[in-house]
Design a protein around this ligand. Structure first.
Ligand SMILES: O=C(O)CCC(=O)C(=O)O
Ligand SMILES: [Fe+2]
Length: 355
C-alpha cells in the first residue's frame, strides 16, 4: 500500500467570468498538473441554501428504511441505490466492498426522473432535478474555461454536453460513509479497508461537494503517495460553503490525449477521525458530467493537445484505446456512450449499459 504524505495544496479558481482566457490557462495548468482543483462558491451557480437542501435530502434518503431503499436498487444503467459493500472500486486490492452507500440519479426528462424514486424522495423530484441542473451549469463554465485554455472554440465541449440534444451518462450521486460508531463499520480495518477504493472517474469532469469536519478523500500523487485533500483550503475560510472540488475524468483525459490528468483517488477513514471523541458520518454530493451519449470523441483541435502528443508520443496517451488523437485511419472515433460502457463493465461486471 502506498504511503501517506502531507495534505495537497490545490489551486482555488474563481469561475465567475467563464470567458477570461487567463482563468482558462490557470485551470488548464491545474488540470494538467494535478487533475484536481477547487472552484469557490462565489463563481459557482449555487447558494449555500441549494447545497444545504441537497445534503438534507441525501440524509433523509440514507436514514430511510432499507426496504424503501430496496425499491430503487441500482440497475445496469447505473441508476439507483447501492448498499454497503455493494460497489468495489478497486477489486484487485480490496478484501471487502466499499464502506459506503450511494444513490445515483441519471438524466431527467421534462422534469421527471427516468428511474424509480423511493418514498423518502418522491415529493422532492423537482428539487433533485434543479440541483442536477445547477451542477450542469457550473460544469458548463468549467468546460468553457478548459476550452479557452486549450485555445479551441469556447463551445467545443459545452455544445457536446447539452442534455437538450440527447441522453447523457451524467449522474448526480448522493454518498454516505457511516462513522466508526455505526455497526456497518464494525469490521473496518485500517490499512486493509477503504470507504471507497482507489479509482479514477469515468466522465468528463466531476464536481464534489463536501461538508466541513467530514474528511476522507485522498489523491495519488505522481510520486505514488496518498495525499489527503483538505475540505476547506487555507484561502477560503470565509466562503458560505466549502469550495467545490473538481476533477478530470477518464473520458476528458482520453479526449485530450492525456494532457488533462484523470487522477486516481480514494476515500478512507483517517486515523485521526477514527480516534476522535466525536467521529462523524461523511456525506458527499457528486456530479459526474458526461457528454451526450452519441458524441464522437474526435481529436480535440488544439495546438496545446497536439504539442503534448508530439512531446509524449502516442504510446504515452492514456485510457482505453490510447487517446482520441491516435485514431487509426479508416477507424471511427469511440462515442461517449461506448467509452462509458467499457468503464462500467470493468467496475460492476455488468456487460451492457442500456442507458
Ligand atoms: O465521496 C467522495 O469524497 C469521493 C467519491 C468518489 O470519488 C466517487 O464517487 O467517484
Ligand atoms: Fe471518484
Amino acid at each position: 500500500m502506498s504511503d501517506l504524505t502531507a495534505p495537497i495544496k490545490l489551486p482555488v479558481i474563481d469561475i465567475s467570468d467563464p470567458h477570461d482566457p487567463a482563468v482558462g490557462k490557470a485551470m488548464l495548468g491545474a488540470a494538467a498538473n494535478y487533475g484536481f482543483f477547487y472552484v469557490n462558491s462565489k463563481g459557482s451557480d449555487f447558494s449555500a441554501e441549494d447545497v444545504d437542501h441537497a445534503f438534507g435530502l441525501s440524509e433523509r434518503f440514507f436514514a430511510s428504511p432499507a426496504a424503501e431503499k430496496e425499491t430503487c436498487r441500482i440497475t445496469p444503467n447505473n441508476r439507483g441505490w447501492s448498499g454497503m459493500h455493494t460497489e468495489t472500486l478497486d477489486p484487485e486490492h480490496q478484501r471487502t466492498g466499499d464502506f459506503k452507500e450511494a444513490m445515483n440519479f441519471g438524466d431527467f426528462k421534462d422534469g421527471k426522473a427516468q428511474q424509480p424514486l423511493p418514498a423518502s424522495l418522491a415529493t422532492h423530484e423537482s428539487d433533485i432535478h434543479t440541483f442536477a441542473n445547477l451542477c450542469n451549469k457550473t460544469c458548463s463554465r468549467i468546460l468553457t474555461l478548459l476550452a479557452l485554455g486549450l485555445e479551441i472554440p469556447p463551445d467545443f465541449f459545452t455544445s457536446r454536453h447539452d442534455p437538450a440534444s440527447g441522453p447523457t451518462g451524467s449522474i448526480l450521486r448522493y454518498l454516505y460513509y457511516p462513522s466508526i460508531y455505526s455497526p456497518a463499520t464494525a469490521s473496518y480495518k485500517h490499512d486493509e479497508d477503504v470507504r471507497a477504493g482507489a479509482h479514477s472517474d469515468y466522465g468528463s469532469i466531476t464536481l464534489l461537494f463536501q461538508r466541513p469536519g467530514q474528511p476522507g478523500l485522498e489523491i495519488l500523487t505522481p510520486a505514488g503517495m496518498w495525499a489527503p485533500v483538505p475540505i476547506v483550503p487555507d484561502q477560503s475560510g470565509a466562503d458560505p460553503f466549502p469550495p467545490i472540488l473538481v476533477n478530470i475524468g477518464d473520458l476528458l483525459s482520453y479526449w485530450t490525449d492525456g494532457l488533462l490528468k484523470s487522477t486516481v483517488h480514494r476515500v478512507v477513514f483517517p486515523l485521526a477521525e477514527q480516534r476522535s471523541p466525536n467521529p462523524r458520518d461523511r456525506y458527499t454530493l457528486v456530479y459526474f458530467c458526461h457528454p451526450v451519449d452519441a458524441t464522437e470523441l474526435v481529436p480535440v483541435p488544439s495546438r496545446v493537445v497536439t504539442g503534448h502528443r508530439e512531446k509524449t508520443g502516442a504510446a504515452a496517451a492514456v485510457g482505453f484505446g490510447g487517446g482520441a488523437g491516435s485514431l487509426e485511419p479508416g477507424k471511427r472515433p469511440l462515442t461517449a456512450a461506448e467509452h462509458l460502457e467499457s468503464r462500467l463493465a470493468a467496475t460492476y461486471g455488468f456487460t451492457k449499459v442500456d442507458a
